[in-house]
Design a binder for this molecule. Structure first.
Ligand code: NAI
Ligand code: MG
Length: 368
């Protein structure tokens, strides 16, 4: 069988810095676990614009469609703020998401015990937290027509349209149920069926998909505003939450912050299965290119490392190896290894990006 293939698009700012640590781990898997990935690298974002006058070339786009998984660092930076909207670095990322049809965005909120004090919530509310929000990513109010700012009578009116088709709801629901089967078999679907017709349809379709195909999974429904309250009151009641694009944007940011720093947060965006059965997939840290610390070796690589762990789990069916990487991260944090973003008020000496990567490699070695 062919080696699993990965396209690395490190991008701009701290993207290449954090990706360098993931490349160390990919190398480690080759030498220590006999797992070899076919890795190719290419440009996305501002660096692609500098080289080719476009944030994503057709050739790179085609490559992304072929590989088993795309790993992306981050795009953008102040240098590119002056560019025309059509060639802005973010357009490269948006094109990837759109043309790969990555409709299911997985955002874990996981609390490493060593960082539980970092949360704004009480320690026992977040310690051991491990939930995933599945956000619909390619439809809903961010895309619905009509949209725009119009004039009605003598005043302006701003319009956006929440629109979901049955098939769009069904496919993201399936994605959440599949995820639940790999975890604790529990899904909570969130919408506002009390005030929105699209929410009524959402609830109906999720329930239908459940009853027909996933009756073994426990399904509950919750209004999204109540869900927001429950997420900060007692987040551990949830396991997988599935919701639309707009509510998912808010709820996933909120849930992620239950657990601490932006430098810790991974994500996966999944599409339909390819011929080999693997879903089209793009993995990336939630953070951006962090121009304020770029080039200084200060960035926390853990968000990018955990994104790679998600690739191991969801694209390569290597759940045990994914857990090995996550446990290595847990160990270095428990040992007190901290990049600057993870330093508490008590201070201390932070490690550099590459020192953090080396510590994770050492913990991986220790796991053998
Ligand atoms: P940002 O996420 O790049 O940075 C926000 C703050 O968090 C900064 O103070 C930064 O230093 C810190 N930070 C972020 N990641 C970190 C890490 N791994 N370790 C330590 N500290 C970290 O968001 P910002 O500043 O709003 O945007 C900067 C640029 O990134 C912009 O050009 C923006 O368009 C782009 N961006 C790109 C994204 C992507 O590639 N998916 C997502 C968000 C922003
Ligand atoms: Mg957001």
């Amino acid at each position: 069988m062919a080696n699993p293939s990965i396209l690395i698009l490190a991008g701009d700012g701290i993207g290449p810095e954090v990706m360098a640590e993931v490349k160390k781990i990919i190398g480690w898997f080759g030498t220590k676990r006999g797992v070899t990935f076919d890795v190719t690298e290419d440009l996305v974002g501002g660096c692609a614009y500098d080289a080719h006058g476009t944030p994503l070339t057709d050739a790179t786009m085609a490559k992304a469609q072929e590989v088993d998984a795309v790993l992306l660092g981050a795009v953008g930076g102040p240098k590119y703020d002056v560019l025309d909207f059509s060639v802005k670095p973010e357009r490269g990322l948006l094109r990837l998401r759109k043309e790969m049809d990555l409709f299911s965005n997985l955002r874990p909120a996981q609390c490493f015990d060593a960082l539980a004090d970092f949360s704004s919530l009480k320690k026992d509310v977040v310690a051991g937290l491990d939930i995933v929000i599945v956000r619909e990513l390619t439809s809903g109010v961010y895309f619905g027509e009509p949209r725009g700012i119009f004039t009605e009578g003598n005043e302006r009116v701003g319009i956006n349209t929440q629109r979901y088709t049955e098939s769009e709801i069904a496919r993201v629901a399936r994605s959440a149920f599949e995820l639940a089967r790999r975890r604790n078999n529990k899904v909570c679907s969130m919408e506002k069926a009390n005030v929105m017709e699209s929410g009524i349809l959402w609830r109906q379709v999720v329930q239908e998909v459940h009853d027909k195909e996933y009756a073994d999974v426990e399904l509950t429904h919750m209004y999204a505003d109540a869900g927001a309250m429950q997420l900060c009151r007692w987040p551990k009641q949830f396991d997988v939450i599935v919701t639309d694009n707009l509510f998912g944007d808010l709820l996933s940011d909120m849930a992620a912050m239950l657990t601490g720093s932006l430098g810790m947060l991974p994500s996966a965006s999944l599409g339909l299965p390819m011929e080999n059965g693997r879903p089209k997939a793009l993995y990336e840290p939630v953070h951006g290119s962090a121009p304020d610390i770029a080039g200084q070796g200060k960035a926390n690589p853990i968000a990018c490392v955990l994104s790679f762990a998600m690739a191991l789990r969801y694209s390569f069916d290597m759940g045990d190896e994914a857990a090995r990487v996550e446990k290595a991260v847990e160990k270095v944090l428990a040992d007190g290894v901290r990049t600057a973003d993870l330093m508490g008020p008590e201070g201390g000496v932070p490690v550099s990006t590459s020192q953090m990567g080396d510590a994770i490699i050492a913990a991986l070695d220790a796991s053998l």
